[in-house]
Design a protein around this ligand. Structure first.
Ligand SMILES: Cc1ncc(COP(=O)(O)O)c(C=O)c1O
Length: 379
């Protein structure tokens, strides 16, 4: 079996799973309970928070546990809108965000917020000049992802931070779900990023677990009200085993990152160069984009046909994103990149992780060649 769908989700690491099991079996208390078992659970929760904070060079009180990327994106956007609505109602985002951002912003639009959606170029990147033009005195939030999940384009976050240094009252949210462990990503006092979203299952952690970075002093309203957990900002009994396992997964993914990224880049480059040799193939991912995502199309063959043809060979890829696969919609990222609809419907995505091997890419290309010979005359 060759698993090339790691941007949809990764397999939980076996040591991470062991941590999850061990904590689940041994730490049974509720972190909010007053007795000793509660103290043990709370101790481990705070230790996990500190581990994550240390790995990202931020403060433990800047890390908030969530259920994953979707919750984090919803919280950053709607939490900012609720918190800052007296100061302004203008939000800026891009045309290539994950639906968790896009639809959150859409919901706010229905409630009367004013939304500017920045376009992207044919590589899927926003222009910093467009952002500069869009900023207004009533802008409260800029939400721009670090790495696109469909084509792997990397947004110019550093340059955007420079621009936003002149707008200290605007919250800057970055969806970092596809960035962590894949490209250098810096938070902390030097950074202009106020809010960042992370999801554990994208880096071999448990599913349904994530965290948000909220810079010290920055305020967003809670979306989940209740028992006041997570310093009153995100209620709900904490998933202690999930937090401990996620901290371990983050440590593992950030260990020897450069080496791991190089390995994925080598596989991506190999596949890109091989695919470039086929006349009917269009490639949408840049070589200098994220090292783990390669999106391409075999013209005339629908993406789902390719996915199922590879599945028969026990090779797992996807049609651009897990979300667009199931609902059968065309990739909104490719549409935003001005890829004609007909070609966009043929797009598929290979997404890698550090356990993938070049040998697997070679097998993939052999199977691709067979399929190409079968399909190449289809118009
Ligand atoms: C860029 C991006 N943001 C957010 C999410 C949502 O994360 P989760 O699956 O943890 O809800 C994903 C998942 O595919 C993603 O790729």
């Amino acid at each position: 079996m060759i698993y090339f769908d790691n941007s949809a989700t990764t397999r939980i690491d076996k040591d991470v799973l062991q941590t999850f099991e061990k904590v689940s079996q041994t730490i049974n208390g509720n972190p909010s309970s007053l007795h000793q078992l509660g103290d043990y659970a709370d101790g481990l929760l705070q230790q996990s928070r500190k581990q994550i904070a240390d790995l990202l060079h931020v403060l433990p009180e800047e890390i908030y546990f969530t259920s994953g990327g979707t919750e984090g994106d919803n919280w950053a956007i709607k939490g900012t809108a609720i918190e800052k609505r007296q100061f302004g109602r203008h939000i800026i985002t891009t045309s290539v965000e994950h639906p968790a951002v896009k639809e959150s912003v859409g919901q706010l639009k229905m409630l009367g917020f004013d939304v500017t959606i920045l376009p992207v170029d044919h590589n899927g990147r926003v222009a910093v000049s467009d952002l500069k033009e869009a900023l207004r005195s009533d802008t409260i939030l800029v939400s721009i992802m670090a790495v696109n999940n469909e084509v792997g384009s990397i947004q110019p976050i550093g340059e955007i931070e420079e621009v936003l240094k002149n707008y200290p009252r605007v919250h800057f949210h970055v969806d970092a779900v596809q960035a962590i462990g894949k490209i250098p990503f810096l938070l902390g006092t030097e950074s202009r990023i106020d809010l960042a979203t992370f999801s554990a299952h994208k880096f071999h952690g448990p599913k349904g677990m994530g965290f948000m970075y909220i810079k010290k002093g920055k305020k967003i309203a809670p979306l989940l009200n209740g028992g006041g957990q997570e310093s009153g900002r995100r209620s709900g009994t904490e998933n202690v085993a999930g937090a401990a396992a996620m901290a371990k997964a983050l440590r593992l993914v950030l260990e020897k990152t450069e080496e791991k990224q190089m390995k994925q880049k080598e596989i991506k480059t190999y596949l890109t160069e091989k695919l470039e040799g086929y006349k009917k193939v269009s490639i949408f991912s840049q070589k200098e984009g994220a090292p783990h995502i390669l999106c391409f199309a075999l013209k005339g063959i629908r993406g789902e046909v390719m996915v199922h043809a590879f599945e028969k060979k026990e090779i797992y890829i996807s049609t651009t994103s897990a979300c667009s696969s199931r609902n059968g919609t065309t990739s909104s990222t490719l549409v935003a990149m001005n890829v004609p609809e007909k070609i966009a419907t043929s797009a598929v995505r290979i997404s890698l992780t550090d356990t993938n091997k070049l040998e697997e890419a070679k097998i993939f290309m052999e199977e691709f060649d067979h399929l190409y010979q079968q399909f190449k005359d289809i118009k």
